[in-house]
Ligand binder design. Structure first.
Ligand code: ATP
Ligand code: MG
Ligand code: MG
Length: 342
């Protein structure tokens, strides 16, 4: 394998490209939107997912296709897959593109999720609230990220509507949020990174801390859950699993079939970080072992946080990552820092 195709040209695609380049591989990024973060890739195609000619040329120019963004239209995936293999596979994508399919899959393999109900349209909402209760959270089935497409239901009599087919989730009284970043190779071997403790602000990940400070029993359980999901999907690549820690045990919040913001600490904590690990997996190379060599706190630089960069660059135990995105709009992920030594 010499060239890796990446669907999506955001910061995750950027950092995958950098990792691939270190291994002597090239990346070709396909991105329908603006591509300021993609400028490190060997080649960038800026075309819509409906452009069959562009999709075909992209697929033919690469050896394997992966993605940093899971909401690629099925028609585009069908065409791409007729030309080159897609890793992680289509089932992993299908399961994680849709919160209803995702939760059903997780329950089917014996894992605990929040209680949930299908809410295909606004008329179905009262019955769903009757079933799940309040407080609860209504989430669009597709396309949501950073808390977008979600409304909190507190007043059961006057619920807001998301405007699209949704699931209603029971509110989980968690004591902490953690995530597991795990890699699985084509030979079925897995390598997990240590679970990180996640803190969100305004629905957006703010900080990830390793070690997460939870008992080994809990972190072992979290890793076993992630491995179970990876095996069940016959997964190849890096998989991310977000979990709620509750007094009754772990509850799976959602999965992402890709590298994840909460895994950025691996850049400063591990010999092989999540980006290189993903590239190794999809390129059929041996995986790193996931061992952590340092305590790390990862903090996102969101919007105007980037104005702190001149100061941050003068801090000795800080690794600064910037995505090259230009203007810092509110809520926009501009970069992150990894503080080594916690
Ligand atoms: P991401 O950017 O991680 O993909 P997202 O938009 O898919 O986010 P979720 O992860 O579903 O959103 O929810 C965002 C945050 O909202 C969670 O990390 C958690 O803090 C809170 N949350 C979501 N669902 C629940 C729930 N059922 N009970 C309690 N809190 C929840
Ligand atoms: Mg999500
Ligand atoms: Mg999430």
């Amino acid at each position: 394998i010499r060239t890796i195709g990446i669907l999506g040209g955001g910061q995750l695609g950027r950092m995958l490209s950098v990792a691939a380049s270190r291994l002597g591989l090239r990346c070709h990024i396909y991105e329908p939107g603006a591509t300021p973060a993609a400028d490190v890739a060997y080649q960038v195609t800026n075309a819509p997912y409906e452009d069959e000619g562009a999709l075909r040329a992209f697929a033919e120019s690469v050896d394997v296709i992966t993605y940093e963004f899971e909401n690629v239209p099925t028609s585009a995936l069908d065409l791409l897959e007729s030309i080159r293999p897609i890793r992680p596979n289509r089932r992993a994508l299908a399961v994680s593109q849709d919160r209803l399919t995702e939760k059903t899959f997780l329950n089917d393999i014996g894992l605990t999720t929040a209680s949930f109900a299908d809410v295909p349209d606004q008329d179905a909402l009262p019955a769903a609230i009757q079933q799940i209760g309040a407080p609860s959270i209504l989430k669009t089935r597709r396309m949501g990220y950073d808390g977008k497409g979600q409304v909190r239901i507190t007043d059961a009599a006057h619920p807001e509507w998301t405007g699209a087919p949704s699931v209603l989730e029971g509110f989980v009284e968690f004591t902490a949020e953690i995530s597991v970043i795990i890699a699985r190779g084509a030979d079925g071997r897995v390598a997990a990174f240590d679970p990180g403790l996640n803190v969100h602000r305004d629905g957006i990940l703010h900080m990830t801390t390793v070690p997460c400070g939870l008992p080994a029993r809990t972190t072992t359980d979290a890793v076993l859950i992630a491995a179970k999901i990876a095996n069940a999907l016959d997964y190849v690549g890096v998989l991310s699993v977000e979990l709620f820690v509750t007094p009754k045990g772990l509850v799976v919040n959602e999965i992402a079939p890709r590298v994840h913001n909460s895994g950025h600490w691996t850049q400063a904590g591990c010999a092989v970080d999540q980006f290189e690990q993903h590239i190794r997996a999809v390129a059929g190379l041996p995986l790193g072992d996931g061992r952590r060599y340092a305590d790390v706190v990862m903090e996102n630089l969101i919007g105007d946080d980037v104005l702190r960069v001149p100061q941050l660059l003068q801090t000795s135990n800080l690794q600064v990552h910037l995505y090259g995105k230009g203007d810092p709009r509110p809520g926009r992920k501009m970069g992150h820092v990894n503080r080594i030594g916690g």
